[in-house]
Design a binder for this molecule. Structure first.
Ligand code: G6P
Ligand code: ZN
Length: 543
């Protein structure tokens, strides 16, 4: 097998965003596009000679072919071993686990997460470091720098490997180890949770529905929920990963997982329902008659984690991204543990988890996880919920009621304005930035502003400073508005407006969210001039 060196030139725009490099699939399939980026990852980590990497993806269109290219490039670079999921599949949390468990030099994950897949949809590549987490900015900056100076890449001239059977294959001098994508992950879950208690719950007639959304968690959920825990066959739906996710968005929220919402609100509702996203790191939790917001889910899990054996010794601390509601802050206060507020993006939790400062982390964007891996983990959240419900014997709805009674309720919603003209969105935020100093003391929609700033984060572990992480407006009484532009969108700009109000009056804990937040919502438009500046009268998505 011959190594060839292919001359190339830098390609514009290969800057990793919130979670790796995401582009339209045809862009990734364009000449040298994937190869340039992969070679730049290798350059950024000092080459792959003698190294061991993990490789896998969420099964979206081009996943299989991209994996073959990366294997040939890693072999050309002299990698010692590549651990690849069977069929080139690995959920993001399972990849994170393998990277850590096998003591590797990192891994490459092929995914655009919850974005749709297919020949005209999205594709993505991200690099995770040896701790199993998404590469921090210092590494992604090096990758980006390498993409700007690249002149050639190395690749082995070889045929595609058969990745359909576990075992070892030699590719040049590199060992390609094909592994069952589920086994190690399932073992990890069993070590954290009381499987006997969950089995007992299910055997006692507790019903559940897990929607894998035609994405990568299908095989994991089948093996664990139906296999190990005894849920009846059919409890996991849309379980077969498909390259275009059945033509849908594999995004577990009330918009894209509407059938699941309809199910829990209807007459045949199971006791518990959940969904995960394209690469298996996000989650949505539902119960009969209720959809749990991700922010509330984090708070409930933090309050009850000790029911699971893996967390019985208590939590060292918790962390949430800044736009996530402050429900978990109240739990941390009650538990007497630290609560960290980080910028959006799971990578910001890495240092806190590595340093043992936080055990549980979560984001409003349907991400929850712990120090068991360095990614958010959809199925893990489902299993922790099941463990909690098995322990308390409460329904999901009663769990939420009890939580709100104990801690008060942070009513919360997010309004997204998609594909907004980038210049207009940026101008709007720039104008707001200029007024931050004048806003405190002013009232909008009857709410008086107490504090306004642009969020910046100083990492307490390595001191790194991240600025420009979203504009925060705090009101007297606990309401809050946050404005930020998405770092994962692929078309124009996506403006996210995060709206929150705190209520602890026992008579007001179960009102419709949009009713409680009505004046905060109008204040958000008045303060920033969303309608006037973007021309949009309504958000495209409310989550
Ligand atoms: C990805 C990241 C998350 C982040 C989310 C939202 O899923 O892994 O950590 O919260 O994107 O990002 P965005 O910039 O689109 O709001
Ligand atoms: Zn994801």
């Amino acid at each position: 097998m011959q190594k060839i060196t292919v001359e190339t030139t830098p390609i514009e725009g290969q800057k990793p965003g919130t979670s790796g490099l995401r582009k339209k699939t045809p862009v990734f399939m364009g000449p040298h596009y994937l190869e340039n980026f992969v070679q730049s990852i290798f350059t950024a980590i000092g080459g792959v000679a003698g190294k061991t990497l993990v490789l896998g993806g969420d099964g979206r269109y081009f996943n299989d072919r991209a994996a073959q290219v990366i294997l040939r490039m890693a072999a050309a670079g002299g990698a010692a071993r590549i651990i690849v999921g069977q069929g080139a599949l690995l959920s993001t949390p399972a990849a994170s686990n393998l990277i850590r468990k096998r003591g590797t030099d990192g891994g490459i994950i092929l995914s655009a997460s919850h974005n749709p897949g297919g020949p005209d949809e999205d594709f993505g590549v991200k690099f995770n470091t040896p701790n199993g987490g998404p590469a921090p900015e210092e590494v992604t900056n090096r990758i980006f720098e390498a993409t700007r100076t690249i002149a050639s890449y190395d690749i082995l001239e070889a045929q595609d490997l058969d990745l359909s059977v576990p075992g070892e294959i030699k590719l040049g001098e590199t060992v390609v180890e094909v592994v069952d994508p589920v086994a190690d992950y399932a073992e990890l879950m069993e070590s954290l949770f009381d499987f006997d208690a969950i089995r007992g719950l299910i055997a006692g007639g507790f019903t559940l529905c897990f929607d894998a959304m035609h994405a990568v968690t299908g095989p994991y959920a089948k093996a664990i929920l139906e296999g190990a825990l005894g849920a009846p066959e059919g409890s996991v739906i849309n379980a077969l990963p498909s390259p275009d996710f059945g033509g849908g968005h594999p995004d577990p929220n009330p918009i894209w997982a509407k059938p699941l919402v309809d199910l829990v609100m209807g007459p045949d509702a199971p006791d518990f329902a959940a969904a995960s996203d394209g690469d298996g790191d996000r989650n949505m939790i539902l119960g009969r008659g209720i959809v749990v917001t991700p922010s509330d889910s984090l708070a409930v899990l933090a309050a009850n984690a000790a029911l699971a054996p893996g967390y019985a010794r208590g939590l060292s601390g918790v962390a949430r991204s800044m736009p996530t509601s402050r429900a978990v802050d109240r739990v941390a206060e009650a538990l007497g543990i630290d609560c960290y507020e980080t910028p959006t993006g799971w990578k910001f939790f890495g240092n806190l988890l590595d340093a043992g400062r936080a055990t549980l982390c979560g984001e409003e964007s349907a991400g929850t996880g712990s120090d068991h891996v360095r990614e958010k983990d959809g199925l893990w959240a489902v299993l922790l919920w099941l463990n909690v419900l098995a322990g308390t014997g409460l329904s999901v709805a009663d769990t939420m009621r009890a939580h709100w009674r104990a801690y008060g309720r942070n009513y919360y919603t997010r309004h997204d304005y998609e594909a907004v003209d980038k210049d207009k969105a940026e101008a709007m935020l720039e104008a707001l930035r200029g007024r931050l100093g004048d806003l405190p003391g002013q009232s909008f929609a009857g709410r008086r502003i107490e504090m306004s700033d642009e969020f910046a984060y100083d990492d307490p572990v390595d001191g790194a400073r991240s600025t420009g992480q979203g504009i925060r407006i705090h009101f007297e009484g606990g309401a809050r508005i946050v404005y930020r532009l998405s770092g994962t969108g692929t078309v124009g700009a996506t403006l996210r407006v995060y709206l929150e109000d705190f209520v602890d009056d026992p008579a007001r804990l179960e009102l419709p969210v949009e009713e409680v937040l009505a004046d905060v919502i109008s204040a958000a438009d008045e303060i920033a001039g969303i309608r006037a500046r973007t021309g949009r009268s309504e958000p495209d998505v409310r989550t």
